[in-house]
Design a protein around this ligand. Structure first.
Ligand SMILES: Cc1ncc(C[n+]2csc(CCOP(=O)(O)OP(=O)(O)O)c2C)c(N)n1
Ligand SMILES: [Mg+2]
Length: 403
């Protein structure tokens, strides 16, 4: 039986939102949420914020609480993190158009609340693996902007020494970035198995797309994870499209949170960073208590094309794009923070300005990074665990052998 953990919140008279802001919110299409009961003066004092009723849909799982305990500092950080990712992606977009970044480049504009909400709900020791739309996750897992942009530029000081590019970035407790659709899901089950075996008590977070959700290996991973009760939250980032194909055309059943069948699931408003944060905290506790895996679905939207070669308008209407742009996760959070008096419009502008300056500086630094030297030693670095390198390396033919 499902237990309702929905909290009741009453605002003191006079603290209610004005009709004008309420109307603005309704026009923008995000769910109505009343503000916190009381907001402390101090930036680091916790207080409670209610979530919209539309935040979650459950499948054989008790819902998360419909409120989140947070601080003013955290709320401002959530906002800043999302803007940093947005500016970084726009920076990459610009460099690509200038033909400085070549090859694949997948942007995550529109999907920032997923990467940011998840990171604020987990610990640095928890593990995360995603697919190729990975720049935002890389930043949230500790990658610097300059190392991410440097990677896209193919530079020696890029986060993967310029060898991975857009789809293959890694850092501590972060296993990438994977260019093969769906392939990261069984890898994730393996990482979760290692965590269970080593009794680390950590949770593993896995992201894959709605397109990947139809892959056989995803369901094989679900089976093993449930069978072995692995500490993993599988998470489908449902951005409604796999390349130019809408989820409705590709999937016989688009309720991805029910796809685990024998695994409990949760559908989350992925355009609301507070809903994502709350859901992942809840799932993390659930998994850590030894309840086995979960299948999450973050409902989101990709504002840009699939990759840089896709303008993103041939398979979806301008009206659809326009409508979802009105449900921008950045503006959603900003409007709430302004509405609740946590920041003013001017403070929001100041944060945006500071971030723009910071990201521009980081991009400039990345542009100054050297290219990798054209030597075979550089090519063969980072393949083997140091100390386990074979004495001989083979090429395509007998004469292409290096010692
Ligand atoms: C096994 C495999 N099949 C096909 C491709 C080509 N491909 C690259 S991205 C993509 C669409 C995947 O869509 P989705 O999982 O929804 O992720 P999104 O791009 O929306 O983030 C496809 C088919 C691939 N990289 N790997
Ligand atoms: Mg997709």
């Amino acid at each position: 039986m499902l237990i309702s953990t929905k909290a009741k919140f009453f605002l003191p008279l006079g603290a209610r939102r004005s009709t004008v802001t309420r109307l603005r919110a309704e026009q923008r299409g995000f769910a109505q949420v009343t503000g916190p009961e009381t907001i402390p003066e101090e930036n680091d004092r916790p207080f409670t914020i209610p979530l919209a009723e539309e935040s979650f849909q459950t499948y054989n799982l008790d819902p998360p609480p419909y409120f989140v305990e947070t601080t003013k500092n955290q709320l401002k950080q959530l906002y800043r993190d999302m803007i940093v990712i947005r500016r970084m992606e726009l920076g990459a977009d610009q460099l690509y158009k200038e033909r400085k970044i070549r090859g694949f480049c997948h942007l995550s504009t529109g999907q920032e609340a997923v990467a940011v909400g998840i990171e604020h709900a987990i610990s640095k020791e928890d593990k995360l693996i995603t697919a190729y739309r990975s720049h935002g996750f890389t930043y949230m897992r500790g990658g610097t902007i300059r190392s991410i942009i440097g990677e896209l530029l193919g530079c020696r000081d890029g986060i993967a020494h310029g060898k991975g590019g857009s789809m293959h970035m890694y850092s501590k407790s972060y296993f990438g970035g994977n260019g093969i659709v769906g392939a990261n899901v069984p890898l994730r089950a393996g990482i979760a198995l290692a965590q269970q075996y080593d009794e680390t008590g950590n949770v593993t977070i896995n992201l894959y797309g709605d397109g990947a959700a139809n892959q056989g290996q995803v369901h094989e991973a679900f089976n093993m994870a449930k069978l072995w009760n692995l500490p993993v939250i599988f998470g489908c980032e449902n951005n409604k499209y796999g390349m130019g194909t809408s989820d409705k055309r590709a999937s016989a059943m688009t309720e991805y949170y029910k796809r685990g069948q024998y695994i409990p699931g949760l559908r989350i408003d992925g355009m609301d960073v507070l809903a994502v944060l709350t859901a992942v905290k809840h799932g993390r506790d659930f998994v850590k208590r030894g309840n086995g895996p979960l299948v999450y679905e973050y409902v989101t939207y990709r504002f840009a094309g699939h990759s840089m070669s896709d303008p993103g308008i041939a398979y979806r209407s301008r009206a659809e794009l326009q409508k979802t742009r009105e449900n921008d996760p950045l503006t959603n959070l900003k409007m709430k923070l302004v509405d609740w008096g946590i920041i003013t419009e001017d403070e929001a502008k100041a944060i945006e300005k500071e971030v723009r300056r910071f990201v521009n500086e980081e991009v400039e630094n990345a542009k100054q990074m050297p290219a990798p030297e054209a030597s075979l030693d550089v090519l063969f670095e980072d393949i083997y665990v140091p100390g386990s390198e074979p004495s001989q390396r083979r090429g395509r033919t007998v004469d292409e052998t290096w010692c």
